[in-house]
Design a protein around this ligand. Structure first.
Ligand code: MD3
Ligand code: FE
Length: 215
């Protein structure tokens, strides 16, 4: 083992960040070839695009979904829709590799029976960010959310239950999986502007896969 492997091996794989917020460091690495190959298939079938918020702002993040529904934003609000508004076709099917990864991570974190029906793919280029918000467009808040980070490192903000609660900051590296549910399901969270960097497999980009049960 070289120094890099030792430094990594001596880092706990599982970290409890807050009650019902669990971080699995590098959990995806053993599955990354299959995940990245299936990501190619999904974004070939449905392109990444920038959504516009109900307030009229174009998001800095570029997104697409796969699964039974997809998260959409436009002047009428945020919601899950069964058809891609760009193509009027169903979203690409969620690859089995995606679903299995999300379910395994949820199991390890202690959330048995996670049934993700949608995966939101967010692509960040340098400077892209996501302001503090809650995920509350889903029907069942008893189901957790699983977030997979790929590529360039980003700093997450994890806040409380009102926007003004001071968030804690957490760097997320390629392959890290963050699971939150239970008491933490409605915490405010966001992503600081992504700094310039590069990753061997994803170039200058960060990609986040967010698995949810929307319906
Ligand atoms: C919840 N995306 O699309 S979840 C989103 O990196 C979104 O693109 C994030 O938030 C992204 O709605 C992935 C981020 C997250 C981080 C920390 C949390 C959610 C959290 C802590 C507590 C609760
Ligand atoms: Fe969110």
């Amino acid at each position: 083992m070289d120094l890099f492997d030792l430094l990594f091996a001596q880092q706990p794989a599982r970290q409890d960040i807050l009650k019902d917020v669990i971080l699995l460091r590098r959990f995806v690495v053993p599955f990354q070839h299959e995940i990245l190959a299936d990501l190619v298939t999904v974004i070939q079938a449905a392109p990444l695009r920038q959504m516009v918020t109900p307030g009229g702002y174009t998001m800095s993040v570029t997104t697409v979904s796969c699964g039974d529904s997809g998260w959409v934003s436009d002047k009428n609000g945020y919601r899950y829709a069964s058809l891609d508004p760009l193509t009027q076709k169903p979203w690409p099917t969620m690859p089995d590799s995606f679903k299995q990864l999300a379910q395994q991570a949820a199991d390890v974190a202690g959330f048995a029976d996670f049934k993700p029906d949608t995966c939101l793919i967010n692509r960040y280029q340098v400077g892209a960010r996501m302001g503090l918000h809650q995920d509350k467009d889903e029907q069942d808040f008893s189901q957790p959310i699983v977030s997979v980070s790929l590529g360039v490192t980003a700093v997450f903000q994890m806040g409380g239950f009102v926007r003004r609660d001071k968030p804690l900051k957490l760097p997320l590296y390629h392959g890290d999986v963050l699971i939150w549910g239970g008491e933490s399901r409605l915490r405010y969270h966001g992503v600081m502007p992504v700094k310039a960097g590069s990753h061997p497999a994803l170039g200058e980009y960060r990609v986040n896969l967010t698995f949810r049960k929307a319906w």
